[in-house]
Design a protein around this ligand. Structure first.
Ligand SMILES: [Zn+2]
Length: 343
């Protein structure tokens, strides 16, 4: 990559249900449009790698035509990723374990690729182009199918001993009375506050005959998270109580993290906050009750993500920071950050 006049990067965000692609410049500008597809899955329930590469193909070809040098690819993936090898170590929503994802993409297109976990890419984008610009200590939180995030401490990404820091959604809240969690344990915060937990509480209220509105919205099917938000708009007291409780627990959880790390900002994204934008404003006001210091109560900001999809933007930021056009000071310490060239 030419550090003086870098070409835009092909950024790819691979989620549990959708695939998004965009060309993003070194200034964070979107070139053209964001393309979106449903994620292809094989009959065995795992993400279909060949189908995925075929969906990427025309976008890679378009990138080849639009940039002066060889295009580079940045990827955000919903799972734990080895930053050096680009392997998907564990991506439960894609059915992948120790899957050589980065190498397969690089080999297929004969192009360099950077791959990392979606929450890590999101916080990097906020640090370089978004609400975290110039800040030393802040966190990213996703509230969607799951609940968790990533940390930016002392002016750089913080991965911890194994790259798994930021799993505040898997702090145990109640392992005795709690629900089984995707991580294999029981009673994590995620199982009480993420989208499926809100839907589950709505379904229980519907089955117990506690909410006429939720029962009528369900139309004989199951209650979904958007239905609970719709019931709130219709003034349903049961739905209000369900979401109040989720917000209370999120504030206890994130407030504890602020007390531990003295953060100045939490940026929040994810499907739940897209469905109910007021969710973040509620957290911003309610979290004050759980902050220890007057300084944190006064200064902590809680904001929605500052890009249409911070993880997608972060996939591009990762390439620019690893390859030099953007100084790599924001990246994790102790790791040699290089694009994978596997052909
Ligand atoms: Zn868990």
């Amino acid at each position: 990559m030419n550090a003086d006049s870098p070409d835009p990067v092909l950024a790819i965000d691979i989620g549990g249900t959708s695939l998004r692609l965009a060309l993003i410049g070194v200034d964070g500008a979107l070139h053209g449009e964001i393309a979106q597809y449903e994620m292809p899955f094989s009959s065995d329930g795992a993400a279909d790698m060949e189908g995925l590469l075929n969906l990427m193909d025309p976008h890679v070809e378009r990138a080849r035509q639009r940039v002066a040098d060889e295009p580079m690819i940045g990827v955000s993936l919903c799972g734990n990723v080895d930053l050096v090898s680009g392997d998907a170590i564990l991506a439960p929503n894609l059915g992948w374990r120790n899957w050589p994802f980065g190498r397969l993409v690089s080999e297929r297109f004969r192009l360099p690729v950077c791959v990392a976990t979606d929450v890590r890419q999101a916080v990097l984008a906020e640090a370089i182009w978004g609400a975290g610009m110039g800040l030393r200590d802040f966190a990213w939180a996703t509230i969607g199918t799951g609940y968790g995030g990533y940390l930016f401490l002392n002016g750089r990404l913080y991965g911890g001993a194994h790259g798994f820091a930021g799993n505040f959604g898997h702090i145990t809240l109640d392992e005795v009375n709690g629900y089984p969690c995707g991580c294999g344990r029981r009673g994590c915060f995620e199982t009480f506050v993420a989208g499926p937990a809100i839907a589950r509480a709505g379904q229980a209220a519907h089955e117990a005959g506690k909410s006429v509105i939720l029962s009528s919205l369900a139309l004989g099917g199951d209650v979904t998270t958007p239905m609970v938000f719709r019931a709130i708009e219709l003034g349903d007291e049961t739905a209000i109580a369900i979401v109040d409780e989720a917000i209370r627990l999120i504030c206890i959880n994130l407030g504890g993290m602020v007390n531990l790390l003295d953060l100045s900002l939490i940026v929040i994204g994810g499907g739940v906050t897209e469905a109910a934008p007021w969710f973040v404003e509620r957290i911003s006001s309610d979290i004050r009750a759980y902050l220890m210091t007057a300084e944190a109560q006064r200064d902590l900001r809680v904001l929605r993500e500052s890009m249409p999809n911070a993880a997608l933007w972060g996939a591009a930021a990762h390439v620019f920071a690893a390859e030099g056009p953007i100084p790599g000071d924001a990246l994790e310490e102790g790791i040699v950050h290089r694009a994978i060239r596997a052909w």
